[in-house]
Design a protein around this ligand. Structure first.
Ligand code: ARG
Length: 557
């Protein structure tokens, strides 16, 4: 509709291009102010004329069968479209495109590397890693839809002094069988035990440091152990990824850059950027603390690895953009990283972005420890699925694939609860709340979609070549909402905000349910096909929208 309005306006406006007009058009907050509104203030500067007068003049000169009514109010031109003229095209276009609706060639195949999830080996998968995973995955799906080429990289935390400690702990107290059966909890237990014991046994820390040194020097036995820790950890992470329905293009983590850091250090030296500070090597930066490149014992750091990583990604993937989905608490790290790359002369550093997010809270507290114990994501997901099943059972008695559906509902609830909030905010984790059938929940969307499909099944008509030929007046809010899907995707991409899409879907579902409450869909044979066509269009958008959030949608619930 914006396009249409802009092209109608452009016939009467000389000083602005269609695109400029398009950018000025607004979506009014209240429906009495029209379907769309054009503010005449910019024009008023060009024409040196009062905006009210311009609005009046435009109003009088515009004539179009697509417009039902047009008014000039305080320098705004408010337009009400003719639903029959405009609405049919919107719905029929969606029915024709099906799941390719919303596809747009904005990215032109540009490569975007995305650092997503990146948990630490041998440690529990934290809620922070969950946020990175679901936000990153959704952004990758949205960008792919807009014809970017996302490369999802899981930058595993698979190197560091903790592996020396873990090797010592495993050799002292570990059992192969226990670790194989239950890798993450067992390895984590060993790690915790190491720290407890090290408090009154100084030799342990020394042994840990020594083991890490041996590991770095390539001691075969230690390398084997490390590889095994990495492999079993990854296997159990992969179970989570499978349930969250995400795959990665690369699992190159920190260890991958072991042989690529010396080069970076050399480069920094060549460019005379390194300064020795209390025995450590640092890059001083303006307006922020210096970036630590080498510790005083010569070992490299998180920063050194990320420098090597950024350069490798540029060389290997030649990205147009490079995104890092990592929590707020690492903001300074990424600022420093980009700044060091800039002073190294890498112009492309300006195309890097830290896409940060807040914490997940439980009863207002950071959800990483409960009574001193770690929460395992697997348990959280299981709990969500159990509660989903209980809620579903209360409503639908005869669902044959209830386990499959409960999984989709439970996991969907966890993902959606995350994505519906603006990512910068901390979010509260409350399973009861996020599994409510009414409210701003995933289940609400899933029920809406299932309801639509139940009605379509009941109507028992062929939907393959369905078209709408006449519209109910009550459907207008739905149509307007359907019409903005493309725009919402672009805005979600530009602001790196899947929340825009999540909120949009809730609004669409609300419009649909209001329509459903007012119109007896199956009662009128004459309108039946037209109404089913609208329902189908809503379902296409809801299913595709949820897919872009990484969520599955059952058609029976
Ligand atoms: N493993 C890190 C952590 O858990 C996150 C890594 C993020 N990615 C990066 N390239 N630094 O804190």
């Amino acid at each position: 509709m914006k396009q249409l309005f802009a092209s109608i306006l452009s016939e009467h406006i000389e000083f602005l291009t269609v695109d400029e007009i398009l950018n000025l058009i607004e979506q009014p907050k209240h429906y009495e102010q029209g379907d769309l509104s054009f503010p005449c203030f910019t024009l008023s500067k060009h024409l040196r004329k009062n905006p009210r007068v311009i609005a009046e003049e435009l109003k009088d000169s515009i004539e179009s069968t697509e417009i039902k009514f047009i008014q000039a109010v305080n320098g705004y031109l408010n337009v009400f479209f003719n639903p029959q003229e405009v609405g049919l095209d919107i719905v029929n276009d969606i029915l024709l495109k099906r799941s390719s609706v919303g596809n747009q060639d904005i990215g032109q195949q540009q490569v975007v590397t995305m650092d997503i999830s990146s948990p630490n080996i041998a440690k529990p998968f934290s809620m922070g890693h969950l946020r990175s995973t679901v936000i990153g995955n959704s952004m990758a799906l949205i960008m792919e839809k807009l014809n970017y080429q996302p490369i999802k990289i899981n930058h595993l935390g698979d190197w560091g002094t903790q592996f020396g400690k873990l090797i010592v702990a495993y050799q002292k107290w570990g059992s192969e069988e226990a670790v194989t059966q239950n890798p993450i909890p067992e390895l984590f237990k060993l790690y915790v035990k190491f720290h407890d014991e090290a408090e009154h046994d100084e030799t342990l820390n020394e042994a840990g440091r020594h083991a890490f040194l041996m590991l770095e020097q390539g001691e075969e036995k230690y390398i084997q152990l490390w590889k095994w820790f990495r492999e079993v950890s990854l296997q159990s992470f992969n179970k989570l990824y499978q349930r969250l329905n995400i795959t990665f293009d690369s699992y190159n983590g920190e260890a991958f850059y072991n042989d690529k850091m010396e080069n970076v250090v050399e480069l920094l030296k060549e460019k005379r950027l390194l300064v020795t500070d209390q025995g450590a090597e640092v890059v001083p930066l303006l307006e922020m603390p210096p970036a630590l490149i080498k510790k005083n014992n010569g070992s490299t750091l998180y920063m050194t690895r990320d420098l090597a990583t950024a350069i490798y990604r540029k060389e290997n993937y030649n990205f147009s953009y490079s995104y890092y989905f990592v929590g707020n608490e690492q903001s300074l790290h990424f600022k420093q990283l980009m700044e060091v790359l800039k002073v190294m002369g890498y112009n492309w550093a300006k195309n890097m972005e830290h896409i940060s997010f807040g914490m997940i809270l439980k009863d207002g507290k950071k959800m990483s420890t409960r009574k001193g114990k770690v929460i395992f994501l697997e348990d959280v997901l299981n709990e969500a699925v159990v509660l989903a099943k209980k809620n579903i059972k209360e409503k639908s008695i005869s669902l044959v694939n209830i386990d499959e559906v409960s999984e989709q509902v439970g996991i969907g609830a966890v993902i959606f609860n995350d994505l519906k909030h603006d990512r910068q905010n901390d979010i509260e984790f409350n399973l009861e709340e996020m599994l409510k059938p009414e409210g701003n929940t995933c289940l609400y969307l899933q029920y809406t979609n299932a309801r639509i499909h139940a009605i379509i099944r009941k109507a028992n008509i062929e939907t393959d070549r369905l078209k709408v030929e006449k519209l109910d007046e009550e459907a207008w809010d739905i149509i307007k909402s359907l019409d903005t899907f493309d725009e919402v995707l672009v805005s979600a991409m530009e602001r790196k905000s899947p929340a825009e899409l999540a909120k949009y879907l809730l609004q669409l579902a609300r419009h649909f349910n209001a329509y459903y409450a007012r119109v007896r869909i199956l009662d009128d044979q004459e309108m039946l096909e037209n109404r089913i066509a609208i329902l189908l269009a809503v379902s296409i958008i809801v299913e595709e929208g949820l897919r872009l959030l990484g969520i599955q949608t059952p058609r029976e619930l």
